[in-house]
Design a protein around this ligand. Structure first.
Ligand code: MF3
Ligand code: CO
Ligand code: CO
Length: 269
């Protein structure tokens, strides 16, 4: 029930796990095209993690209290799916948006990161705007991270920007502490009030992973017990990084050659 402050040995291993998770996204990127099934993407990622990286896919058989074991190695959340979409045999269509969420375990440590991809050349402007605003939200949250800041500063920055864009923030799922455990304290919610919540301390590691809906924030679970969709069927986007609190600010741990650059300027400024 307490927040684990990571040692320099822990941090060195979290850097490796974070880079490897991001490298799975780099590897899969050229395959994320119209006509491919999310099941095929899952298989490619599973093989890459096992055979090339020597990592373990953390989602496979992951079974939090009240859940059935997660059946695949990655999460693939298409269009109105908010999170935890299970790879299936339905081909991606030109114009879809899809979040691929990768969590690897290397040497006992977890790296957790996701990106939202635009499929083909027919993604509508309002969908592109949602994906970009969500990316901005993640980075506005990351920019709050430094010793002495509060967890609420992250949520407040994200909520303010998402709502200014006319979008809504998902409440029921949030970022999380991460290390030798996949989901540990603290919970990092993506809404709230600046100055509230625990104070950040060097050595904390947690994810920031806003889920932003184009419509209302309400959600519902599908009968499979995992897939979470928007209740109003509106589009939803998500981006995720794993972040270390340093003495002076933050370090993004989920970085690799293909990591998209941070925004040069924010869309709504
Ligand atoms: N990777 C997700 C997160 O960011 C968790 C997925 S749990 C799974 O926290 F079982 F659905 F894979
Ligand atoms: Co996460
Ligand atoms: Co994730």
């Amino acid at each position: 029930m307490t927040i684990v402050i990571k040692t320099s040995e822990d941090i060195a291993k979290m850097r490796i796990a974070g880079r490897l998770a991001s490298e799975v996204l780099d590897y899969i990127t050229p395959h994320v095209v119209p006509g491919v099934t999310t099941e095929a993407l899952d298989k490619l990622c599973a093989d890459y993690m096992r055979d090339v990286q020597g990592t373990i896919a953390a989602p496979l058989n992951y079974c939090p209290p009240g859940y059935t074991p997660y059946p695949k190695s990655i999460c693939t959340s298409v269009n109105n799916v908010i999170c935890h979409g299970i790879p299936n045999d339905k081909p991606l269509k030109n114009g879809d948006i899809v979040n691929l969420d990768i969590t690897v375990i290397k040497d006992g440590y977890h790296g957790d990161t996701s990106r939202t991809f635009l499929i083909g050349d027919k993604v509508l402007p309002h969908a592109k705007r949602l994906v970009q605003v969500t990316y901005d939200c993640m980075w506005l949250g990351i920019d709050q991270v430094k010793p002495g800041a509060h967890l609420g500063d992250i949520g407040a920055a994200i909520q303010k920007y998402a709502e200014k864009a006319g979008f809504s923030v998902v409440r029921e799922f949030c970022g999380h502490g991460i290390g030798q455990v996949f989901h540990e304290e603290p919970q990092v919610v993506h809404y709230g009030k600046a100055g509230t919540g625990i104070e950040l301390v060097p050595g904390m590691i947690f994810t920031i992973e806003p889920m932003i809906n184009a419509g209302k924030r309400e959600l519902k679970a599908q009968p499979d017990g995992w897939t979470i969709v928007t209740k109003d069927r509106s589009l939803s986007a998500q981006w995720e990084h794993t972040i270390l609190v340093t003495e002076t600010g933050y370090e993004v741990l989920t970085v690799s050659a293909g990591t998209p650059p941070r925004p040069e300027r924010y869309l709504l400024d």
